[in-house]
Design a binder for this molecule. Structure first.
Ligand SMILES: [Zn+2]
Length: 245
């Protein structure tokens, strides 16, 4: 475990308090209540020593960009690159509001280089920084079978911390979508292998599925997705500081 659990305690508790409030407010309109799902161990406590917030550094990697649009929507042809950036920016806003330090791999529509290898090198330099505590990559999926739908979360094969982080994020996403709990999946991918910190790849949905595409095209759904991903990260951090990830 790379995370300094003592230093995390205040930031994670405060973050979770904010997220519970935000989550409850925003999920109320779709008829869900979020508060029952917060584990007892993650509930905010009072009387903790105040430390400087922002010690927890989270990298958000919006997949693709520029010459590389990624997957495209089955009906609209929308490239995932722009949707990834939208979700990434919303996630940045929510995590910053909680006091976490956020580093974005990209903040506009451009790639990080003029070739794929330049782009990957630039992402690598950010993701492998020593001070990074969590890395989350945002993508949209596609598959030849257009009936396959729903978000998926991947973690680096063999990483217990990555698995725990992925399960917290996936659990929150499944509550949002009302799907049966889908497992987080072990994989060996660039964005999971490069970071020294626990890392997850969130595939927000399948652009090859018409219903997923329609949902992902709406700002409300992207906002709620960003919120539940942030909630999963905060839950993981709260559990990590208690040593029960
Ligand atoms: Zn992608």
């Amino acid at each position: 475990m790379r995370i300094d659990k003592g230093k995390l305690k205040y930031a994670a508790d405060t973050a979770l308090t904010l997220l519970v409030v935000l989550g409850t407010l925003s999920l109320a309109w779709i008829g869900l209540t979020k508060t029952e799902s917060i584990p007892v161990s993650a509930k905010p406590k009072t009387g903790e020593t105040t430390i400087i917030q922002g010690d927890t550094v989270i990298v958000i990697d919006a997949g693709h960009g520029g010459f590389d649009g990624g997957a495209t929507g089955v009906n609209t042809g929308v490239p995932e690159a722009g949707l990834n950036l939208e979700v990434a920016k919303l996630l940045e806003e929510k995590l910053k509001k909680c006091g976490f330090t956020v580093i974005m791999t990209r903040t506009d529509e451009n790639a990080l280089g003029s070739t794929k290898s330049e782009d990957m090198d630039a992402r690598r330099r950010i993701m492998e920084l020593d001070q990074v505590d969590i890395c989350v990559s945002i993508h949209m999926n596609k598959f030849r079978d257009s009936t396959v739908s729903g978000p998926m979360v991947f973690y680096m094969r063999g990483s217990e911390e990555g698995k725990a982080l992925a399960e917290h994020v996936m659990g929150n996403i499944c509550e949002l979508t009302g799907r049966p709990l889908r497992s987080a999946n072990p994989e060996d991918l660039f964005v999971l292998r490069v970071p020294k910190a626990p890392s997850v790849l969130v595939e927000c949905g399948f652009l090859s599925n018409a219903a997923d595409e329609a949902k992902l095209m709406t700002g409300e759904y992207r906002n709620t997705l960003a919120e539940v991903i942030a909630q999963g990260i905060a839950e993981y951090l709260a559990a990590a500081k208690n040593g029960d990830t």
